[in-house]
Design a protein around this ligand. Structure first.
Ligand code: UGA
Length: 467
């Protein structure tokens, strides 16, 4: 099929590369000329597993990059809208990019088109797109609009696209529904996973996935409700972590105990410094705003957001109480990205913790395997950036772990202890067991677990040794 993908951000670029991988002729359009020329010259722009391979495999044949929306629309049957829907000041989604793209599609279309709405949008956006197409001169029967939300996670976006749990399609006509089945055929019949050279199938994924056809409104609500539910799961476990800490229980044991109930499940039950990223914070607020607009006060989500904000403050408090005073303390920070596997720092809890610590007069030396360049865009030179974890740790008064990168869970603890001024580790992602840290002689403060108090003798011993 001939497909145009409008937008080359996380969703657009991954969708374009994956649709080409499924065998379609894809053109990915963006009005940012610098981005298009970077993509044409072989750059990947974002850090995603397998993306580079897919771009290298299809660029110039099945996958083209262009700044001409008119040509892309004219040459394609399916037009995927994957532009940003940032949060407006009120929390609701700002749909101005979706609207202007719709207008351009309407003015460029010269035959029947299927417009696929993939951006995360509030309910009834599908209906608004239809209206806008007609207002901009398209006959009702010359297009269909399909809601086809994306559930991919940054870092594993390519695997998520090619091995989804479900594909949700909200199409209002048989013609559009049939075209969507054709678009996803290699995933729906399971043939993609059998292909030579296919992106490997992740463990535990069911092939073929559930293919769910619904109304447009249901498809739109499925996306917002899924993200809000996952955010709620994280806030729930963070609230339980706070109780666990107060009563001397262990949140990791609690998660194992709760998560082994198949109705609850272990995933998204990791306690920490809260959720971030470009999706959860924005989508929880946008879902509340949609609910409000249609007469329902979704107060549960107020609490989800409040717990998330509180979690960060609680961690800062922990740093304060582990270090006594913060002014002029030198802190090593491991992790800048909002989660592991990505270079994205939007709404990153790690950046928010760093900003809080800088306000209190700390000096920070940070390391992240992928996100330094993007973090520099926010933090500038207010922090030092180390080339590896151990250079960041050397001479620091404490180590803070803020992102759950795998390599941060495998540090040489003996070396960490030798390099730190004081043996203090604050882990906002619970990457180590309390016992293992105590054995390494490190005072370890994590989330939802009682620290094993070994602090005073060691701190004194270190200080004496240094003086
Ligand atoms: C999220 C959803 O998981 C995707 O299904 C969805 O498609 C995407 O938003 C979107 O709407 O585009 P993403 O933002 O990439 O994906 O990241 P997640 O893996 O969901 O993590 C979000 C945040 O929650 C991160 O800060 C992560 O560290 C935190 N988290 C996650 C926890 O604190 N605990 C957990 O157990 C899981």
């Amino acid at each position: 099929m001939r497909v145009a993908v409008i937008g080359s951000g996380y969703v657009g670029l991954v969708a374009a590369a994956c649709l080409a991988e499924l065998g379609h002729e894809v053109v990915c359009v963006d009005n940012d000329l610098a981005k298009i020329s970077a993509l044409n010259s072989g750059q990947t722009l974002i850090h995603e597993d397998y993306l580079q391979e897919l771009l290298d495999r299809h660029r110039g044949n099945k996958l083209l990059f262009s700044s001409s929306l008119i040509n892309a629309v004219r040459e394609s049957l399916v037009i995927v809208i994957a532009v940003g829907t940032p949060a407006a000041a009120t929390g609701e989604a700002d749909l101005s990019y979706v609207e202007s793209v719709t207008r351009e599609i309407a003015r460029s279309a010269d035959g029947y088109k299927i417009i696929v709405e993939k951006s995360t949008v509030p309910v009834y956006t599908n209906a608004w797109i239809c209206r806008s197409m007609v207002l901009n001169g398209c006959r009702q029967e010359s297009f269909d609009v399909v809601s086809n939300p994306e559930f991919l996670r940054e870092g594993t976006a390519v695997s998520d696209f090619l091995y989804p749990d479900r594909i949700v399609v909200g199409a209002n006509t048989k013609r559009a529904a049939a075209a969507m089945r054709e678009l996803y055929a290699p995933l729906v019949d399971g043939s993609y996973s059998q292909r030579e050279g296919a992106v490997p199938r992740p463990d535990g994924v069911k092939v073929p996935p559930l293919y769910l056809e619904t109304s447009a409104q249901s498809a739109e609500l499925i996306k917002h409700a899924s993200n809000a539910f996952l955010a709620m799961k994280i806030s729930f476990i963070n609230a339980v972590a706070n109780i666990a800490e107060a009563v001397g229980a262990d949140i990791e044991d609690i998660c194992r105990g709760m998560g082994s109930d198949s109705r609850i499940g272990l995933r998204f039950l990791r306690a920490g410094i809260g959720y971030g990223g470009s999706c959860f914070p924005k989508d929880v607020a946008a879902f509340q705003s949609v609910a409000r607009e249609y007469g329902y006060q979704f107060k549960l989500l107020d609490e989800v957001r409040r717990i998330n904000e509180d979690q960060l403050q609680r961690f800062l408090k922990k740093v304060r109480s582990a270090l006594w005073t913060l002014k002029n303390k030198r802190l090593a920070v491991l992790g800048l990205a909002f989660k592991s596997g990505t270079d994205d720092v939007r709404e990153s809890p790690a950046i928010q913790v760093i900003e809080g610590l800088l306000r209190e007069g700390c000096q920070i030396c940070a390391f992240d395997p992928a996100a330094v360049a993007r973090a520099r865009g926010i933090l500038g030179e207010s922090v030092e950036y180390a080339p590896d974890p151990y250079s960041a740790i050397k001479g620091a008064d404490a180590l803070l772990i803020l992102t759950e990168w795998k390599e941060f869970a495998a540090l040489d603890l003996k070396r960490v202890r030798e390099l730190l001024n004081y043996p203090i580790v604050l882990d906002g992602r619970n990457l180590y067991s309390v016992e293992e840290m105590a054995k390494a002689g490190l005072n370890y403060y994590s989330v939802g677990r009682t620290p094993l108090e070994i602090s005073h003798p060691i701190v004194v011993e270190q200080r004496v040794a240094k003086s």
